[in-house]
Design a binder for this molecule. Structure first.
Ligand code: BG6
Length: 480
């Protein structure tokens, strides 16, 4: 990491995301020495009138408990200053700039550098105006060396047109290397592992294609509903909230071709290509659901048809994947909290053990909870009989890497923004390609052409989703 003066400015500092994710991630980085290496100050900005200590007090309760060494907490909180103002207020942003500049010129040690990281923990509706304010009032004009970077949270747009408009507005103010669109799933350990797994293992190289793989599932389940976020959620729905971003990013890493190198641009080039190879989604490839009780939330309209569950089957039109369904499934208020990738292989040709009766080979990557990878395979049932049975080769991270503390996604991604590494962020053309896939379907849902099926909270979701899975060729294995 470079040394020198670093200012991290959290806009939306009194909001939920900042309290729950951004500040705790910064605290973890601080504790591990990443921020102390720099001459760092953290600035909070939002509309709420607060003094420094009031903001610190609000943040304190959310810092990760297991790491709470009280002197560290105190020292970390002292790094935080607060400025209040509206998101379109020149005075507010002038004041913010003044506070940052004071920090930059207050110490000799940073040799006159200015590195400003703006973190927008804000709703996208204010992105353009906030970016304008940052550009006009808060980019370093004093001739100091350094950089300005801006981090955006999702949702980045609501469909293709709105995302492109937002990209264009922001693109007039900042260059792509300054723009970090966060998808926090890209910060998860087992998502980051996908590239290594696929391209550094001889095992997988010859098998990873339509000749051997029957279907791929990428699944996200939560065992709670939209409590407290119904107002936000209802405007977006599960496809925009989870599938178009988190699951599609995973899809890219599972399906893309081998990049020329591990350089961020080479990786992102391949992601764009595979997205562009996805066929238009047909109605028969979609099942939508809405859990019963969703509309009891007072912030959700009584006639809402917003899906809280969706299964969407994607088909890729290329040499590697023609005919292999990629099943993306996400739901709220289901029977468990889990995110996993299941790669199911075809039956063994000329099978003499009737092993397909035991279940197919399947390679499962569990992102959460309890990170793990396991392969379902057929072995001889130990004992006197010569019978085939299904077993597992299991790499459970808790057991295998007991000494390692797996970093939080946000922690890793914020560190990347400080280092200037864009590998795990969504590039503009990638975002466009992602919206191109889902926009026609989203418009049909918005217009009421596709209706969600009701499902019980705590269930597996609508039964139609299981039927779609079967139609896509997924064979339920024994015990799953
Ligand atoms: C967010 C979604 O992006 O991801 C939420 O807006 C969802 O609806 C969350 O709950 C899930 O993240 P994680 O890391 O807890 O799986």
């Amino acid at each position: 990491t470079e040394t020198g003066c670093l200012s991290i400015i959290v806009l939306g500092a009194s909001g939920d995301l900042a309290k729950k994710k951004t500040f705790p991630a910064l605290f973890n980085l601080y504790q591990q020495g990443f921020l102390q290496l720099n001459d760092v100050h953290i600035f909070g900005y939002s509309r709420t009138q607060l003094c420094d200590d009031e903001l610190r007090e609000r943040i304190k309760g959310y810092l990760p408990v297991e790491n709470k060494v009280s002197s560290n907490v105190f020292n970390f909180l002292q790094l935080i200053k607060y400025v209040s103002g509206a998101y379109d207020s020149p005075e507010g942003f002038q004041e913010l700039d003044k506070a940052i500049s004071e920090h930059e010129t207050s110490k000799k040690s940073h040799e006159g550098s200015s590195r400003r990281l703006f973190y927008l923990a804000l709703p996208p509706s204010v992105y353009p105006q906030v970016c304008k304010m940052i550009k006009i009032f808060c980019t370093n004009k004093s001739g100091l060396s350094g950089w300005t970077r801006v981090v955006f949270e999702k949702p980045f747009g609501k469909d293709l047109a709105s995302a492109e408009e937002l990209s264009a507005q922001i693109g007039e103010l900042f260059d792509e290397p300054q723009i970090y669109r966060i998808d926090h799933y890209l910060g998860k350990e087992l998502v980051q592992n996908l590239l290594v797994l696929r391209f550094a293992n001889r095992f997988f190289l010859p098998l990873w294609n339509r000749d051997n793989i029957s279907n791929v599932q990428i699944v996200f389940r939560e065992d709670f509903g939209t409590e407290g976020r119904g107002g936000y959620f209802d405007q977006y729905g599960i496809i925009r909230d989870i599938i178009q971003n988190h699951l599609l990013q995973i899809f890219c890493l599972v399906a893309m071709e081998k990049p020329v190198s591990t350089k961020p641009e080479h990786i992102r080039d391949e992601k764009v290509k595979v997205l562009q190879s996805v066929n238009p989604i047909r109605d028969e490839d979609v099942v939508l659901g809405q859990y019963r009780g969703y509309k009891d939330d007072p912030t959700v309209p009584d006639d809402s048809v917003t899906p809280t569950f969706a299964t969407v089957v994607l088909h890729i039109h290329n040499e590697r994947w023609e005919g292999v369904p990629f099943i993306l499934k996400a739901g709220k208020a289901l029977n468990s909290r889990k995110a996993e990738i299941r790669v199911q292989f075809k039956d063994v040709p000329g099978d003499i053990f009737k092993s397909s009766k035991q279940g197919r080979n399947e390679f499962v990557i569990r992102l959460q909870p309890s990170e793990a990878m396991y392969m379902k395979l057929t072995v001889k049932q130990p004992g006197l009989e010569m019978t085939a049975a299904q077993s597992e080769l299991d790499l459970s991270y808790r057991q295998r890497y007991q000494e390692v503390v797996i970093p939080e996604a946000y922690e890793r991604l914020i560190l990347d923004t400080i280092k200037g590494d864009q590998q795990h962020f969504v590039r503009r053309d990638e975002l466009k390609a992602a919206w191109e896939i889902f926009t026609p379907l989203l418009h049909r849902i918005d217009e009421g052409d596709l209706q969600p099926q009701g499902y019980e909270p705590g269930s597996r979701g609508p039964a139609e989703a299981d039927e779609l899975l079967e139609k896509a060729g997924y064979v339920q294995t024994h015990g799953y």
